[in-house]
Design a protein around this ligand. Sequence first.
Ligand code: DQA
Length: 144
Amino acid sequence: MKLLVINGPNLNMLGIREKNIYGAETYEDLKHLIEKTFAEKGIEGEIYQSNHEGDLVDRIQQAYFDGTNGIVINPAAYTHTSVAILDALKAVMLPAVEVHISDVKEREDFRQISYAGKACVKTIMGKGFQGYVEAIEYLVEHYK
Ligand code: DQA
């Protein structure tokens, strides 16, 4: 099984940005946790991050052609704005799990809509980095 973890804008700034919301652990720490989870589950995995909407769309499309079996995606701010990312997820028809580090439900009104989430089989939010582990476990359990 091959999974792709996609992180959107500003998630490369974890450990620096709004630590009261996202915690003090860095993006490198997140990558290590995800890689450890891939190894423990005995699956192939890739981690991708971009601050650019079109690049995220390109990477989702690529997943259709490169043998990816499932996607874990935190589209970050594009969650609340991007029909293009929603359409890309629908286009590739791969099972996708949406992850948010913070509990978006408890935050500002403008964060209450998730476009990407409409194409996802599950959403995990408010569990910090552990949400990525749960998302990988879910895809392995249901789609391996
Ligand atoms: C986020 C929540 C989004 O609203 C925000 O724009 C982010 C991160 C999260 O992981 O909690 O950048 O997706």
